[in-house]
Design a binder for this molecule. Structure first.
Ligand SMILES: NC(=O)c1ccc[n+]([C@@H]2O[C@H](COP(=O)([O-])OP(=O)(O)OC[C@H]3O[C@@H](n4cnc5c(N)ncnc54)[C@H](O)[C@@H]3O)[C@@H](O)[C@H]2O)c1
Length: 335
């Protein structure tokens, strides 16, 4: 295993953020980039002094110096790019959502299993300092047993159609899968696997969308805990991601855009919130690449792997089915 792993990034809108955050991470070297926009490609190639730049993702996937292919393109090309990377025995960092549908997720996982390389789903919210603290408090006993949680992804997409308006085409992206997956994934990360989901949704805000743009998802976890995840995409509300966790010993309210989390503990005062510093601004891209690099070097498991990413997509589709059919649905877990 080479000491330094070569990274190739496809898709240079989100991928430019990855470039900036991982450019100086020891043990990683960006060796190739790819995008359809030639001006963007050239300017980033010269700014970051990258040896290889191409408009053809197949060339990047086949490029010898690339060990990790990072796919940061629209959701509807995730599968074909992953398949090309796995055909060349590369490891893959896949932007969220893993893919558009359960079937696409399964095909991606099958391709990864055949290649025998690693697949990580880039659920960056798991790497925000404040949410990592909350996760730690659920694991070290501080909050006791989790019995209720709330997560939300609140992001107005009215003016973010994507480079070819892909975000407004329901075949190319469903809002709850593409955006809501952040909050659904956080719910799974804290609460464990979901046994049943029941969802109500409506459509008051983005007329051009053909699907609903607000979702209240009720979750029943295998552990016995319950929860609600909200995905809202046309709201008059600043962007933020929330995580509230209620445990038998204490409760916590955290938001990725506020400098402090609030915690209430029975042992201190069950009627009082305490302010807790929430850590640095949410930059998790370097941290998530370090996790993938460590897993490649040591051949270890990845928490946010392909199966986990697929289960988050499946949870979203179970919620969509529930809202359409008016009945509870059990999400697919076996990938
Ligand atoms: N983690 C996060 O918080 C976060 C934030 C934004 C986007 N994303 C994810 O990143 C992905 C991309 O989103 P975006 O906002 O950058 O989309 P975008 O539409 O703004 O940009 C897509 C880019 O991909 C390029 N592209 C499209 N098809 C291509 C192809 N066949 N070959 C090479 N390049 C191609 C386009 O030229 C464009 O530069 C999506 O999956 C999205 O869900 C994640």
């Amino acid at each position: 295993m080479p000491e330094t792993l070569g990274v190739g990034i496809i898709g240079l809108h989100m991928g430019a953020g990855q470039l900036r955050q991982i450019a100086n991470v020891p043990g990683l070297k960006i060796v190739a980039i790819c995008d359809l926009e030639e001006d963007l490609l050239k300017s980033l190639q010269s700014e970051f002094d990258i040896p290889f730049a191409t408009t053809k993702y197949e060339e990047l996937c086949a490029y010898d110096e690339v060990d990790i292919v990072s796919v940061a393109t629209p959701d509807y090309v995730h599968l074909e790019m992953a398949e090309a990377a796995f055909a060349s025995k590369k490891h893959v960092m896949m932007e969220k959502p893993l893919a558009r549908t359960n079937d696409e997720c399964q095909r991606m996982i099958d391709a990864q299993r055949a290649a025998g390389t690693k697949l990580m789903t880039a659920h960056v919210a798991r790497f925000y300092d404040v949410f990592r603290k909350v996760k730690g408090w659920t694991q070290d006993g501080t909050l006791g047993e989790t019995y209720n949680l709330y997560t939300s992804y609140i992001h107005n997409y009215e003016n973010i159609p994507g480079y070819n308006r892909w975000r407004f085409d329901p075949e190319l992206r469903h809002q709850l899968i593409g955006g809501g997956c952040h909050a659904l994934d956080l719910a799974r990360w804290i609460g464990g696997e979901v046994a049943e989901v029941s969802c109500y949704s409506n459509h008051f805000n983005i007329p051009v969308l053909e699907t609903d743009d607000h979702f209240n998802v009720n979750l029943k976890f295998q552990s016995g805990a319950v929860g609600i995840t909200v995905g809202s995409f046309g709201c008059a509300h600043p962007y933020n991601i929330d995580m509230h966790v209620w445990g038998t010993k204490g409760s916590v309210i955290a938001t990725n855009t506020l400098p402090e989390a609030k915690i209430c503990l029975r042992t201190i005062d069950r009627n009082k919130w305490l302010d807790m510093p929430a850590g640095a601004a949410p930059k998790g891209l370097a941290a998530e690449f370090q996790v993938l690099a460590e897993a490649i070097r040591n051949d270890t498991e990845i928490e946010s792997d392909g199966i986990s990413g697929a289960r988050t997509v499946a949870l979203g589709w179970a919620a969509i089915e529930s809202s359409r059919e008016g009945k509870p649905v059990q999400p697919k877990l076996d990938f």
